[in-house]
Design a protein around this ligand. Sequence first.
Ligand SMILES: O=c1ccn([C@H]2C[C@H](O)[C@@H](CO)O2)c(=O)[nH]1
Ligand SMILES: [Zn+2]
Length: 129
Amino acid sequence: MIDWEALRAAATEAMHKAYAPYSKFPVGVAGLVDDGRVVVGCNVENASYGLGLCAECGMVSALAASGGGRLVAVACVDRSGNRLMPCGRCRQLLWEFGGPECLLDTVSGVKPMRDVLPDAFGPEDLVTR
Ligand SMILES: O=c1ccn([C@H]2C[C@H](O)[C@@H](CO)O2)c(=O)[nH]1
Ligand SMILES: [Zn+2]
């Protein structure tokens, strides 16, 4: 059983560390890894606006830097602690480390990644046919 409350709490704690002076839209994300650890990320913006990093970007970096593994569940929250859908780019980032079965705490309930990124491009598509 996935403890979604705990995952949302970890995402909310990360959200409070966001650096979002330009959008004033802090985001936090937490991912449950297949070995039981929880990795988090927050958005980090830049004076060169287009260079801002989404929270999920930091989270997958933390995943790799802390030993890797597969994401089994992900929760993203906004400043009110409400569920937030990852942007399209971030869905692709999550797909790389979670694949179709990874669960996402969406605004319309828990869904597998395959439902929020249908017909996704992934590592297996790089195999020459
Ligand atoms: O899934 C998302 C969507 C948006 N943001 C950030 C990017 C930007 O800093 C702010 C407003 O778009 O929210 C994320 O971190 N993750
Ligand atoms: Zn994003």
